[in-house]
Write a protein that binds this ligand. Structure first.
Ligand code: NAD
Ligand code: UDP
Length: 337
């Protein structure tokens, strides 16, 4: 198939790109490298020994996007481009609405021009907000508690309304839980700029000696050891979920929402221990107060994706940590180091 992959140079996009190329698809990556390095694409070329097209453009640039899609004529778009930092979204809401929401509208318009009727969208478990029950299933109310989550919920609605206007259109809205890990080659992985917000990249910085200690945000939650519980999913399992969604959309119309998670929670302390074992490094930490806006627990019910997409996240937390360690041992400073 001909696949347009927005955000293909980013953490998740680059792993999806590997999967697409390994399956023999023709790919056009659209990315303006706002939060990634072109080197990730070079590494993908090395891993897969394949080539693909790249458009270095902002997805909000609708004229250029329309021209590029009309010339490439994708059968499907996988839409990963966007801004994703919750704290930053609270400080710069308009930038987040413009990039995420306006960028998605511009993309759908370009798809219309190019006659492309299928899209897979990178959504997030953040759309659920405070859990009313756990594990979250897709019927859980959507009630995001921050700007980032609201952009994701809005885009889900926009795609749903777009698809409703033509029975030939179809969409998969994939709500990711906590993606971690790296490609097993150790050649691509997560490369956050500045101080990492997320747990595993921060732990990896401590393990490589770049930072002295991890701050654990709260040990007084109502969880098995008091620290926050999340559903960590290996990045390669997440990428495989997109390949499964592509196959599903080939035979189905309309819009479907799927949780992509492992269906199992791990606490912060459990992740610290697993990473310490995988890296053979001790991870110093201090307990700090709870972080604003954090929920105590977020775990997916992914049985819909398991049944309908015939997909399951089965790589373990140990594998996630070992793969991150391999990537960070080779590239302690990410793509630029
Ligand atoms: P990332 O920042 O590594 O990748 C996003 C990519 O989009 C980057 O390469 C960036 O340069 C590109 N981009 C940003 N703005 C752009 C624009 N205006 N035009 C063109 N390209 C642009 O993030 P990621 O972790 O790979 O996330 C990919 C998607 O998955 C995002 O939409 C994110 O919201 C979503 N998501 C991520 C997580 C997570 O924990 N990583 C969880 C849930 C959902
Ligand atoms: N966390 C932490 N220290 C950090 C970063 C995160 O204790 O430096 C905790 C956080 O409170 C949460 C878990 O680790 O319980 C996962 O946080 P992350 O930011 O990775 O993901 P999200 O909050 O989006 O689920």
């Amino acid at each position: 198939m001909r696949v347009c992959l927005t955000g293909g140079a980013g953490y998740i996009g680059s792993h999806i790109l590997v999967g697409l190329l390994e399956d023999g698809h023709d790919v056009l990556v659209v990315d303006n490298f706002a939060n990634s390095s072109p080197k990730s694409l070079d590494q993908v070329r090395i891993i897969t020994r394949s080539s693909f097209e790249v458009l270095d453009q902002d997805i909000c640039n609708s004229g250029v996007l329309s021209e590029a899609l009309s010339s490439f004529r994708p059968d499907i778009v996988i839409h990963c481009a966007g801004l994703k930092a919750v704290g930053e979204s609270q400080e710069q809401p308009l930038r987040y609405y413009r990039t995420n929401v306006e960028g998605s509208i511009s993309l759908l318009e370009a798809m219309d021009q190019a006659g492309c009727q299928r899209i897979i969208f990178s959504s997030s478990a953040t759309v659920y907000g405070t859990p009313r029950y756990l594990p979250y299933d897709e019927a859980h109310p959507v009630a995001p508690v921050n700007v980032y989550g609201r952009t994701k919920a809005m885009i889900e609605d926009i795609i749903t309304d777009w698809a409703a206007t033509d029975p030939g259109r179809s969409a998969a809205l994939l709500r990711y839980f906590n993606p971690v890990g790296a490609h097993e080659s150790g050649e691509i992985g997560e490369d956050p700029k500045g101080i990492p917000n997320n747990l595993v990249p921060y732990i990896a910085d401590v393990a490589t000696g770049m930072r002295t200690e991890l701050s654990i945000f709260g040990n007084d939650y109502d969880t098995r050891d008091g620290t926050g519980v999340r559903d960590y999913i290996h990045i390669t399992d997440l990428a495989d979920g997109h390949i499964a969604a592509m196959a599903f959309l080939e035979g189905n119309q309309g819009v479907e929402t799927f949780n992509l998670g492992a269906g199992e929670g791990s606490s912060v302390l459990e992740v610290v221990k697993a990473f310490s074992r995988a890296s053979n490094q001790s991870i110093s930490y201090v307990i700090k107060p709870r972080r604003d806006g954090d929920v105590s627990e977020s775990v997916a019910n992914s049985s819909k994706a398991n049944d309908v997409l015939a997909w399951k996240a089965d790589r373990t937390l140990e594998a996630m940590c070992a793969d991150v360690w391999r990537w960070r041992s080779r590239y302690p400073r990410g793509f630029d180091g």
